[in-house]
Design a protein around this ligand. Structure first.
Ligand code: ATP
Ligand code: MG
Length: 199
């Protein structure tokens, strides 16, 4: 064995014992609250990736999309035939264009009632609240009510929240927070969003 091999082996042994220690410390098993936020691309993609992961083991999953329902979404197209997946989409209302608080609030409340049902169902393993951060930001949803539903959910249920500018109080109760940092985005160089890549 060369010196370099020996050094590598010692380093790996040290790393392994460190990782093993950390694994032994992580003893708690329960559902979690994950927040995918920040200005960079990848929040909704990561949420759908996790949905696919959970469905892969036969778990039941609910996805609630707090955006206008006509938006295309390739993952939804691909997964919707899975009997374990339920998708609730905000049918009308909220877009950047409408700026009609009344209609938006009503549309938001309707889809939020679907979310509350999922957050109350112990058979649902994973719930995604896609773009819900904007509903809180614009005041279409009450943060206390959202936190109450999140805190009261079944112990085994995991929730993923996506969207920019996540509310401080949401971050306070999250188990995992990932901030997608925009280092560069093609859109700023005039590139159009691409089907099958961006939606
Ligand atoms: P994705 O759905 O690709 O994972 P996202 O959920 O992180 O993106 P959103 O803020 O929800 O991002 O943006 C919705 C749309 O805008 C998507 O088509 C996404 O690709 C695009 N997008 C994401 N980040 C940026 C950005 N920094 N500038 C311009 N467009 C963006
Ligand atoms: Mg998104």
């Amino acid at each position: 064995m060369t010196d370099r091999d020996a050094r590598h082996r010692r380093a790996m042994q040290k790393l392994k014992s460190h990782v093993d220690e950390r694994i032994a410390e992580a003893s708690e098993q329960r559902g979690q609250l994950l927040v995918f936020t920040g200005n960079g691309k990848g929040k909704t993609t990561a949420a759908w990736g996790t949905v696919t992961r959970a469905l892969g083991y036969g778990y039941r999953v609910g996805v609630v999309q707090f955006i206008k329902g006509t938006w295309e979404c390739g993952e939804r197209e691909r997964l919707i035939d899975d009997a374990n997946l339920e998708v609730a989409i905000m049918g009308t209302g909220f877009t950047w264009e409408t700026q009609n608080r009344d209609a938006d609030t009503r549309a938001c409340q309707t889809v939020w009632s679907e979310a509350k049902r999922l957050l109350d169902d112990p058979n649902v393993y994973l719930v995604v609240l896609d773009e819900i951060t904007y509903m809180l930001k614009f005041g279409y949803l009450d943060v206390d009510e959202v936190l109450e539903a999140l805190n009261g959910r079944p112990a085994e249920q995991t929730v993923i929240v996506t969207g920019r500018n996540a509310h401080r109080r949401l971050l306070e109760v999250a188990d995992t927070i990932s901030e997608m940092q925009e280092v560069r985005h093609a859109f700023n160089a005039g590139l159009q969003a691409r089907r099958g890549i961006d939606y």
